[in-house]
Ligand binder design. Structure first.
Ligand SMILES: [Zn+2]
Ligand SMILES: [Zn+2]
Length: 401
């Protein structure tokens, strides 16, 4: 495939106004969300991705091994062919151009030479991160790739994961803020600690999580708020019924900003950028909102930190052979397109990608079936609520350039 699509997507990125966003975390998340949508990965969920790994034999390869670019091309093309099988005729995606776009972006992110090879682990981390789906499911998959047979996190594999996942911000020119450095894994999980899947999930999904990864949950939240309409007016640009995040100044009376104005530091009247603001991902009538804000302001710790995460058994179970009871793909119930954002799915049907290479993850996939699914969907659904007081979402090392 020629180089053209790579140039195209990066030029496209520059034409957007992302670089003028003041906060590195929002800037990075916005750029990655843009790449995700440009490549239609927002229509491909984590289960589809895992299934494609299996179909293309990546699950049986050592993560550290390399595959040829031709094999990556086959994998990427199969993602889009399978996507088209799930999409109505009128919404088919052009496989060649989308595959070319994604392939070239991945090569730009993960290969610096012309060896014609790319690491299996790079492909797994990149696609599992950039696809749609719930963060909890993605992290669960990642944990299955970086833990040992006893269900414990392997420190050096975590380091490898961090290197791979932080190549994504770098691929959208955000490496000055988000990059791997030696020993980063020990900052997140000290070497002497045994880390189970539940510890891993709790740490990575906490608010704020590890500062090198703050952009990751933010990509998911951006996707969710894209369709949220705030029936009010931005105090700066006077846009009505704007979408995305809404910001409310804690000092100026009834002063609200749309995300564009806030992210770009636009102000009006007496409002200044150093005023404390709160971020909202939903709208409540002003009377309810005041009550809620007041109540919240009396708390030292935001409510969100007590979000309930699903608990998983710490020990991996034996892999069961489900080939007789799992129907073949593609499943109509497995397309994940009821929600246009592609992120807040309800419960999926049985996951056809079973049994895979890793017993630990197979079990998690099965556990999404049945009554437990309700437990799973709860934390990721992010019920309407005012978010944290500004700015704890941001890493302390953020660049506001
Ligand atoms: Zn505005
Ligand atoms: Zn103000």
């Amino acid at each position: 495939m020629e180089l053209e699509p790579r140039v195209a997507i990066l030029q496209d990125l520059r034409l957007q106004t992302f670089d003028s966003i003041r906060f590195a975390s929002y800037r990075t998340a916005s750029k990655l969300r843009y790449i995700q949508k440009s490549t239609n990965l927002h229509l491909v969920d984590i289960w589809n991705v895992i299934e494609a790994f299996r179909e293309n034999g990546l699950n049986t390869l050592e993560p550290q091994s390399e595959v040829s670019v031709a094999r990556l091309e086959t994998l990427v093309s199969s993602l889009y062919h399978n996507l088209n099988k799930r999409l109505p005729t009128a919404q088919q995606v052009p496989v060649d151009s989308k595959a070319g776009l994604l392939l070239n972006w991945l090569l730009a992110a993960y290969t610096s030479d012309n060896s014609g090879k790319i690491r299996v682990f790079s492909i797994k981390v990149a696609l599992a991160t950039m696809c749609s789906g719930k963060l909890v499911d993605k992290l669960r998959y990642i944990f299955s790739q970086i833990s040992d047979g006893a269900g414990q996190l392997v420190a050096w594999k975590l380091g490898e994961f961090l290197r791979e996942v932080l190549a994504l911000p770098a691929a959208v020119y955000e490496s000055p803020t988000f990059h791997y450095k030696e020993g980063l894994e020990e900052e997140i999980f000290p070497a002497e600690n045994k880390v189970t899947v539940n510890d891993f999930m709790a740490t990575l999904m906490s608010e704020p999580g590890p500062s090198c990864l703050v952009w990751l949950p933010l990509v998911h939240r951006l996707a969710t708020v894209e369709t949220i309409v705030h029936p009010t007016v931005c105090s700066v640009c006077h846009k009505e019924n704007f979408t995305g995040f809404r910001y409310r100044c804690q000092r100026c009376h009834a002063y609200q900003l749309c995300q564009e104005c806030f992210w770009h530091g636009k102000t009006s009247l007496n409002h200044q950028n150093d005023h404390e603001v709160k971020e909202y991902s939903s709208y409540k009538s002003p009377s309810k909102q005041i009550g809620h804000s007041l109540r919240k302001s009396f708390r030292c710790v935001p409510e969100k930190t007590v979000q309930v995460l699903p608990r998983f058994p710490d020990q991996p179970e034996k892999t069961l052979n489900l080939s007789h009871i799992v129907p073949p793909s593609p499943l109509p119930s497995h397309n994940g397109f009821s929600d246009p954002s592609g992120l807040v799915h309800g419960h999926h049907g049985p996951h056809p990608g079973l049994p895979g290479q890793h017993g630990l993850f197979d079990r998690s996939a099965r556990s999404t079936r049945g009554p437990q699914a309700a437990v799973w969907t709860a934390p990721a659904a992010r019920p309407a609520q005012p978010c944290l007081a500004w700015p704890p979402l941001l890493p302390t090392t953020r660049s506001t350039a």
